[in-house]
Design a protein around this ligand. Structure first.
Ligand code: CA
Length: 233
């Protein structure tokens, strides 16, 4: 039986989730603060954790950050509606998905199944397609070394920034819609959450445009984003 850890201080939500998950055939353990939640998560006896961000003691993002030092336990974050930045941080720190409160429990159950399925079919991350080098206007991405350099100088990117840049570079001169970027970089359906893309493009621009000294990622209004190279078709 799959065991799910719920870390949520709002007792009503935690109890409701427990009922629904037990009904679905999962075994459930609840924790009400970050510290005991992290301790339980590190026990290695769970298949997945549902982690609220606003928690007493250490908050959910900090729990996730500490967990990820040693554990790849799948994590679905719970966030309030106005916490876009927290979502972005959570995904960047290795959360597998998030749900915005209030949410339909059917959707959470569907995402739990999806995340569990993904993790059980452990796909090798650096298999096909690695070892590729992409070059546009002096910016060089080495996928196997996981580095981005401009004129020999390394630009430090987070994992998600790297993936987003890669998507734009391999589609050089092709305008990508936010939806396309969402599904290829985040891997599944993020309908209605396209602002995550905008937030990341902003992060990327801050780093890339600064290093390159010109606008590298262009906005095509009403359509999406593109990196152009006039020397290519
Ligand atoms: Ca809370």
């Amino acid at each position: 039986m799959k065991r799910i850890l719920i870390v949520e201080d709002e007792d009503k939500i935690a109890r409701f989730l427990e009922l629904e998950l037990v009904h679905e055939g999962y075994e459930v353990v609840k924790k009400h603060d970050g510290r005991s939640g992290l301790e339980a998560a590190l026990s290695g006896s769970f298949s997945l954790m549902i982690l609220d961000i606003m928690l007493p003691g250490i908050n959910g993002l900090e729990v996730l950050r500490r967990l990820r030092k040693t554990s790849e336990l799948p994590v679905i974050m719970l966030t309030a509606r106005d916490q876009v930045m927290d979502k972005v941080n959570g995904l960047d720190m290795g959360a597998d998905d998030y749900m915005t409160k209030p949410f339909a429990v059917e959707e959470l159950l569907a995402r739990i199944r999806l995340v569990l399925r993904k993790h059980s079919s452990s796909e090798p991350e650096t298999a096909a397609g690695s070892g590729h080098i992409h070059q546009i206007r002096g910016l060089v991405m080495d996928e196997s070394a996981h580095t981005v350099k401009y004129q020999g100088k390394e630009i430090s990117l987070t994992n998600k920034e790297f993936q987003l840049l890669r998507e734009l570079m391999i589609n050089c001169n092709v305008v990508l819609s936010r939806e396309t970027i969402l599904s290829s970089v985040w891997g599944y359906d993020y309908v209605g959450e396209t602002n995550v893309v905008d937030v990341y493009v902003r992060f990327l621009r801050h780093k890339i445009d600064d290093a390159v000294g010109e606008k590298f990622i262009l906005t095509v209004r009403g359509v999406g984003y593109v990196i152009k190279d006039e020397h290519r078709e």
